[in-house]
Unconditional design. Structure first.
Length: 549
C-alpha cells in the first residue's frame, strides 16, 4: 500500500449519506472482493477515536484488520462517510449470546400488559406447535401489568396438556403449568431457591432462583446441536445490526464446545467468554486448555451471589420495603459459604472471577471476595450488575470493574422505590458515584434479559429516563462521552480485549458508524441510528435503508 496515494481511485467506493445511490451500486464490490475483505478506508467523516492523544480524525485506513493510518490518503476500498459519525466498535461487556439466539425463537412476552394479553399470546403460540412440544416463553414482567399481578399456573390453562415454561424477564423466576409441576419434586425449597405457594401451601406455579434452575431447567428438552448453531448465527447477525463488534458472553462449556466453536471461523462479533459452569470444586480444564484468539477467547468463570430486584430475590442488607421479613436470597456458592474460596481459586488460575451481585449485601460480599482474591496473582475480578451499592462500599470500587447494564435501570426503576423505600434510593444504580469513587465502568445489556441495543442503554445512562418516561436519579446521569468510553474502551479493558475500544495505528479495525454525532444529540428527544458495523476491517452490517435496488 502506498500511503501517499490519491484517495480517488478505481477501487470500490461506498458512500454513506446524501450519495446513497452510489452505495447501492458498490456495496457488493466492497463486501465480496476478497482482496478488500479486511482492508478499507473511511473518509470525510467525524471520527471519534477514543484515544485521548488523538481524539478525532476525518479519515482512517484499515489494512489486514488493523488500523494503520489516521488522516492519511489511501487507495483502499473506500467508505465515504459524507459527514456521518464513526467510532471504535461498540462492545457489550455482559450478555448471553447463545441464549439470546434461542430467545429469538421463543414466544416473546415482553410487550404483554395484562393477563388477557398473556393468555392470548400463549394460546396463539400453542396452536402453532406440534402435539407434545414444549411451549417456551420469556420476557413477562409484572411491573408492566396495570394491576401488578404475578402470573401463576392458571394463566397457562389455555395450553391444555402441553408443558409450558414462561420465564420472567430477568430469567430468575419462571411460571409453569400443572403439566410441568407434576414432573417436579416440590416437597421442599432447594437451597437458594423458592417454590412460591398459596394460602393452602399448594404451589402456584411460580418458582424462583434455584427452584427454577435446578428443578425446571433440567426437565426442558435441550435443543439439538444444529438448532444451537443456528441460534448462535441468529444472535450474531442481530448484534451486528445493533452496531456491536465485541461481546463478553456468559456461556456454559457445553454450549461453547457444541455450538460456538463450530462457528468460530464465521463469527461476526468478537466473543470473550466467561464460563457459567460453577460446580464446586471447579473443573477448569475447558477454560485453561481453550485455544483462544482475537475473535474467540475464554477469559473467566462466573458465580451468582443473589437474585434480582424485580423478583425480590436480590440480597439486601435490610428487608424489602414492600415485603417485610424478606431480604432476598443468597444463592449457589454464596449460599454455601464458599464464594471467597471460589474467587481466589479462579483468579489464581489466571482467569477472571465474575460475580453476579445486585442487592447491596450481595455487592458487599462480592467486594469481600475481590479483597481476598486479589491477594493472589491473576487478572482482575468483575462485579456484575452492582445495581444497589451501600454508600460506605463505594470507595471499595476504586480501580475495580463495575460491569453494569444501564437499560436494567430503565426497567427496574419502575418498582425500585417500592422495593427499596425512598431512604435507600441513593443506592440505586449509582453510575456517577461509582465513577467519582474511581470505579472502572464497563457497560453492557445482559441480553436477552433486556435489549442488547447499546444506543438504548446509553440513553438510559445519559437521561435517567425509565421505561415509563420518568427521570429517575438524574444526579447519577453520565455524559455522552463517559457512556461512549464505557461501551468501548471500558468494556474492552474489562474483558481483556487487547487493541479494542480505540482507533489508532495498531488497534483492531472495529468500527461502528452512526448517522449523527451522539455528542450533539438531545438524548431525551432523539438518538443516533446505527448505519454500519465493521469488525477487523470486514463489513458485518450496513443499514439496508441506504441501499438502492
Amino acid at each position: 500500500m502506498e500511503s501517499g496515494a490519491d484517495v480517488e481511485s478505481a477501487e470500490p467506493r461506498v458512500v454513506i449519506g446524501r450519495a446513497a445511490r452510489d452505495l447501492g451500486r458498490t456495496i457488493l464490490a466492497l463486501m465480496c472482493a476478497s482482496q478488500a475483505a479486511s482492508s478499507l478506508s473511511l473518509v470525510r467523516g467525524r471520527i471519534w477515536t477514543g484515544d485521548l492523544a488523538t481524539p478525532s480524525a476525518e479519515s482512517l485506513t484499515v489494512l489486514n484488520g488493523r488500523v494503520v493510518f489516521l488522516d492519511a490518503p489511501s487507495r483502499m476500498p473506500t467508505i465515504d462517510l459524507d459527514g456521518a459519525f464513526a467510532m471504535p466498535g461498540l462492545i457489550d461487556a455482559h450478555l448471553h449470546l447463545a441464549l439470546g439466539g434461542e430467545t429469538l425463537l421463543d414466544l416473546d412476552l415482553s410487550e404483554v400488559r395484562s393477563r388477557p394479553e398473556f393468555e392470548r399470546a400463549v394460546l396463539e403460540r400453542h396452536r402453532t406447535l406440534a402435539p407434545g412440544q414444549w411451549l417456551l416463553a420469556r420476557g413477562w414482567n409484572e411491573d408492566a401489568f396495570a394491576d401488578g399481578s404475578v402470573p401463576d399456573r392458571t394463566w397457562l390453562h389455555v395450553a391444555g396438556d402441553r408443558p409450558v415454561v414462561a420465564w420472567r424477564m430477568d430469567m430468575h423466576s419462571c411460571v409453569v403449568n400443572e403439566v410441568v409441576l407434576a414432573m417436579l419434586d416440590l416437597a421442599h425449597d432447594p437451597p437458594g431457591g423458592r417454590i412460591v405457594r398459596d394460602a393452602t401451601l399448594a404451589p402456584t406455579g411460580l418458582l424462583q432462583e434455584a427452584a427454577a434452575w435446578t428443578l425446571v431447567s433440567p426437565r426442558v428438552p435441550s435443543p439439538g446441536a444444529d438448532a444451537m448453531r443456528r441460534a448462535v448465527r441468529l444472535a450474531q447477525d442481530h448484534l451486528a445490526r445493533l452496531g456491536l463488534t465485541g461481546v463478553g458472553s456468559m456461556e456454559y462449556a457445553k454450549t461453547l464446545q457444541n455450538a460456538i466453536v463450530p462457528e468460530r471461523d464465521h463469527l461476526l462479533v468478537r466473543m470473550y467468554v466467561t464460563l457459567l459452569d460453577r460446580d464446586w470444586p471447579l473443573d477448569l480444564r475447558v477454560a485453561q486448555e481453550f485455544r483462544s484468539d482475537d475473535m474467540l477467547a475464554v477469559i473467566g468463570m462466573k458465580a451468582f451471589v443473589d437474585g434480582t430486584l424485580g423478583s425480590r430475590t436480590a440480597r439486601m442488607l435490610e428487608d424489602y420495603a414492600d415485603d417485610p421479613g424478606n431480604r432476598g436470597l443468597l444463592v449457589e456458592l454464596a449460599e454455601r459459604g464458599v464464594l471467597n474460596d471460589w474467587a481466589a481459586f479462579v483468579r489464581g488460575a489466571g482467569l477472571s472471577p465474575s460475580m453476579h451481585a445486585i442487592g447491596d449485601e450481595a455487592v458487599r460480599l462480592a467486594l469481600d471476595a475481590c479483597d481476598l482474591a486479589e491477594k493472589t496473582h491473576g487478572v482482575p475480578a468483575r462485579v456484575e450488575h452492582a445495581q444497589t451499592v451501600a454508600p460506605e462500599d463505594l470507595p471499595r470500587f476504586r480501580g475495580r470493574f463495575a460491569s453494569m447494564q444501564p437499560l436494567h435501570k430503565a426497567y427496574d426503576a419502575v418498582s425500585a422505590e417500592s422495593r427499596l423505600g425512598s431512604a435507600r434510593m441513593n443506592r440505586f444504580f449509582p453510575f456517577r458515584s461509582l465513577a467519582r469513587a474511581g470505579a472502572r465502568l464497563a457497560f453492557g445489556s445482559d441480553w436477552p434479559i433486556v435489549s442488547a441495543d447499546p444506543i438504548a442503554g446509553m440513553r438510559a445512562a445519559i437521561t435517567g429516563l425509565d421505561v415509563r418516561g420518568r427521570v429517575i436519579r438524574p444526579e447519577e446521569n453520565l455524559s455522552v462521552e463517559e457512556c461512549l468510553f464505557a461501551y468501548t474502551r471500558g468494556a474492552a479493558t474489562c474483558l481483556g480485549m487487547r487493541d479494542c475500544g480505540v482507533l489508532r495505528p495498531g488497534s483492531h479495525g472495529d468500527i461502528t458508524i452512526l448517522d449523527r454525532d451522539p455528542r450533539l444529540c438531545d438524548w431525551s428527544r432523539e438518538t443516533p441510528r446505527v448505519l454500519g458495523t465493521i469488525v477487523a476491517g470486514r463489513v458485518t452490517f450496513l443499514d439496508p435503508s441506504l441501499q438502492v435496488l
